[in-house]
Write a protein that binds this ligand. Structure first.
Ligand SMILES: O=C(O)C(=O)C[C@H](O)[C@H](O)COP(=O)(O)O
Length: 217
């Protein structure tokens, strides 16, 4: 496996095509989950900063060899420094905030801001972003909306996230503007809390297999 240190987050996402999103608050699971995802072929994860110990989880996960970890639910500029200090390689935000994007660019942290409309997409482009998270993907119109929004913006890459499942991922990935899809289905809290890292690995393996078999590149 090529080292994740030498690739950029966008390259890593474009290779794995699937970005596992983790809502994890117990540091004890961090290394095992990262290892299971990597074993299943997805050496990348987004740890959402929604819980008290999320930064510690991020730090632990990013200590695992050949795993790239970023932070999700980043909403405020003051979080950027903490994400970088914890080893986070990228940030993901549910929405678009010019101040947050400016701070990420200033500190050299790649950011995927969330957009759900053409107006938000244009605002993100004005802020110097060329890859966005399309969120919440399923509730905002799913594959049809991505296709419609991409027509006037064929050079903007999207990472649809929100309501995506194993069964639905390939339809998004078949669109030329979709870099990767994100979601929590690969490592839901129930599995992680129960120590079912084997299920996490299986879900990652299934997703990697679908990328190879169902998505032509
Ligand atoms: O706030 C953020 O930055 C996020 O990361 C939001 C998550 O991407 C979604 O909550 C995904 O959730 P699912 O629909 O369960 O896959």
């Amino acid at each position: 496996m090529r080292s994740m240190r030498s690739v950029t987050p966008l390259v890593a996402m474009g290779r794995s095509r699937v970005l596992p999103v983790l809502v994890l608050d117990d540091v004890r699971h961090a290394v095992a989950v990262a290892t299971a995802l990597r074993a299943g072929g997805l050496p990348i994860a987004e740890v959402t900063l929604r819980s008290r110990y999320a930064l510690e989880v991020l730090r632990e996960m990013s200590s695992v060899d050949d795993v790239m970890v970023g932070a999700g639910t980043v909403t405020r500029p003051e979080q950027v420094e903490r994400v970088l200090a914890a080893g986070g390689r990228f940030a993901v935000s549910p929405g678009f905030s010019p101040g947050l994007v400016r701070e990420c660019h200033r500190q050299g942290l790649p950011i995927l801001p969330g957009v759900a409309t053409p107006t938000e997409l244009q605002a993100a482009l004005d802020a110097g972003v060329d890859t966005v998270k399309f969120f919440p993907a399923a509730a905002s119109g799913g594959v049809r909306m991505v296709r419609a929004m991409s027509a006037p913006f064929p050079h903007v890459r999207m990472v649809p996230t929100g309501g995506i499942t194993a069964a639905g991922m390939s339809e998004y990935l078949a669109l030329p503007t979709v870099l990767a899809v994100g979601g929590t289905w690969l490592a839901p809290a129930e599995w992680v809390c129960a120590g079912r890292y084997d299920l996490v690995e299986l879900a990652a393996r299934d997703a990697s297999k679908r990328v190879l078999e169902e998505v032509s590149v």
